[in-house]
Ligand binder design. Structure first.
Ligand code: PEP
Ligand code: MG
Length: 533
């Protein structure tokens, strides 16, 4: 058993509590899809929906206030007062006039307010930021038909900060305490903790612990004790782009003539990460659009962070490439179809750049998730180099905002799908792409002038053209990491051509990895069959 670790902290509420750690994400509202009784995402409407969500939130807070002690009621009254003040709804309405969807308009308005509070000189003001964050998530939850999540009674809440709602909705009669990486002794939760005699410390600095690890909070001396050991996490330096060598080092597979090959998996559902067996190099493609299935999810940074973090933590030291939302076209996002500017609409990166409020939320979630593993971010449907430059700039801006809010984050390498012929032909001009991955599904359809759902489409017929284009494009990658994640990578009959084109990293659906593995060991790196095969 590891040595217990004692970390110094500031006492916010006296007393000693021990229990299993509950590691909190930022306040999180589950998606509509996670709750069978939730309103359909399509019901998220205009300003009327916001007014309704605010009313629901006020009702919930009033309910919470019933039977609450005087201190708690003060805080709840403050939150109700903020919600009743028409200023926030009006500011949100003004953003909606500018063609912003109601959930994004709400999130942007509240984020601006939170940012102002967090930057305030007086501690009292800074401590109010979490109260507003609480309101933001409560209304966001009401817009999506979801409540604020609770945590197991008796546990020690561990996180950056805690919202008053969570505190008030929680059953403290079973014990438990609070240890905050940041937080303030002047904050509302600290005040509530003192009133309810819940031991609490703040300002521990970020430390590592696993969910369920035994933790003690010493609110008398100002300390947190990690009984199973742990460590303080220093701020991280920006991540390096993965080099070809780094990637090769983590793979085990070789062609018959001894050339190292990487075999990764594509995942659509985060649960598919379970297929990451020891012989798999990592996740070559996570299609985030299958985890973010409504406009409410797309606006929910905390929910996305939780999903990406889980995948990265499960992947451990293996690289994970998460593709930004490839929505539009045949992958609509529920709720987005109401926006006139998007009909019939762009797809992939063009849509993300046309609706930067969607990209900004995802960028923040990815920047924050990057701290938890070896993340790379991949951009879908890139056609021109300036699209990458603009997205990188957006990431830089969001990283700066997170920095101002003292939220831990890390800039991941940003690469691109090669799935539009114009990009494939000009790969050497994409100087700011950190890596490339061929998407043969779209490449085939755009080369052969099919639509994705064309029943007459014959992938086999288009394959020679796709292979020739890939072979040309690989020569233009100027030493950057290159892989293939389209369906052709998972079809053993195309492997000789793909190897001959110079590809050494294949990312395939989990079900196809064994067949591809066996096929690779029977081939030489130039795609010829090995002697005796
Ligand atoms: C592709 O186009 O090959 C690809 C991997 O992307 P998707 O199938 O998600 O469009
Ligand atoms: Mg594609």
């Amino acid at each position: 058993m590891a040595e217990p670790l004692k970390l110094k902290a500031k006492s916010a509420s006296p007393g000693i509590a021990s229990g299993p750690a509950f590691l909190a994400e930022e306040p999180q509202a589950p998606s509509a899809a996670e709750r069978p009784d939730a309103a359909a995402p399509g019901t998220i409407g205009g300003f009327g929906a916001l007014e309704k969500a605010i009313d629901i939130s006020i009702g919930e807070l009033e309910h919470l206030a019933e039977g609450a002690d005087a201190e708690s009621r003060d805080i709840i009254d403050f939150q109700i007062e903020v919600l009743r003040d028409p200023t926030i709804a009006e500011a949100t309405g003004a953003r909606m006039q500018g063609d912003e969807n109601v959930v994004f308009a709400w999130v942007a308005t509240l984020d601006a307010y939170i940012g102002e509070l967090e930057a305030a000189d007086e501690e009292q003001m800074r401590a109010r930021a979490v109260d507003i964050l609480d309101i933001k998530n409560r209304v966001l939850g009401a817009l999506a038909g979801t409540p604020i999540a609770d945590f197991p009674p008796g546990s020690v809440f561990v996180g950056k900060d805690m919202e008053p709602s969570r505190f008030l909705a929680h059953d403290w009669s079973k014990g438990g305490g609070i240890a905050l990486f940041a937080g303030s002794t002047a904050g509302h939760v600290a005040l509530l903790a003192r009133t309810k005699s819940v031991p609490m410390v703040v300002g521990t600095g970020r430390f590592s612990a696993a969910d369920g690890d035994p933790v003690s909070v010493d609110g008398n001396a100002g300390a947190v004790i990690l009984k199973a050991g742990g460590m303080l996490i220093p701020p991280l330096a920006p991540a390096q782009a993965p080099t070809g060598e780094m990637q090769i080092a983590s793979g085990e597979l070789r062609t018959a003539d001894g050339v190292p090959i990487l075999l990764s998996i594509n995942i659509n559902d985060p649960a598919e990460i379970d297929a990451l067996d020891p012989a798999t190099a990592g996740v070559g493609l996570m299609r985030s659009e299958f985890s973010v299935t409504s406009i409410a999810d797309a606006a929910n940074e905390e929910r996305q962070l939780a999903i990406y973090r889980r995948v990265l933590e499960q992947a451990g030291d293996r690289p994970v490439t998460i593709r930004m939302l490839d929505i539009g076209g045949d992958k609509p996002l529920a709720g987005l179809e109401d926006l006139p500017a998007l009909s019939p609409g762009p797809r992939g990166i063009r849509l993300l750049l046309a609706r930067p409020e969607i990209a900004r939320v995802q960028a923040r979630a990815l920047l924050r998730a990057a701290v938890f593993g070896r993340l790379s971010v991949m951009l879908p449907m890139v056609t021109f180099p300036d699209e990458i430059d603009r997205m990188r700039e957006l990431f830089r801006e969001e990283a700066e905002k997170l920095g101002r809010r003292a939220l831990l984050h890390r800039m991941p390498p940003i690469g691109m799908m090669v799935e539009v012929p114009a990009a494939a032909l000009m790969l050497d001009t994409f100087g700011s792409a950190a890596f490339f991955s061929f998407g043969t599904n779209d490449l085939a359809q755009y080369l052969a002038a099919w639509t994705r759902d064309d029943i007459d489409a014959d992938a086999g017929k288009a394959a020679p053209a796709v292979l020739r284009l890939i072979a040309q494009a690989v020569k233009l990658t100027v030493g950057k990491p290159v892989s293939i994640c389209g369906d052709m990578a998972g079809n053993p009959s195309y492997l000789p051509g793909l190897l001959a084109a110079g590809l050494r990293h294949f990312s395939v659906a989990p079900a196809g990895r064994h067949a591809i593995r066996s096929a690779i060991i029977g081939l030489n790196a130039d795609g010829t069959r090995a002697a005796g095969e």
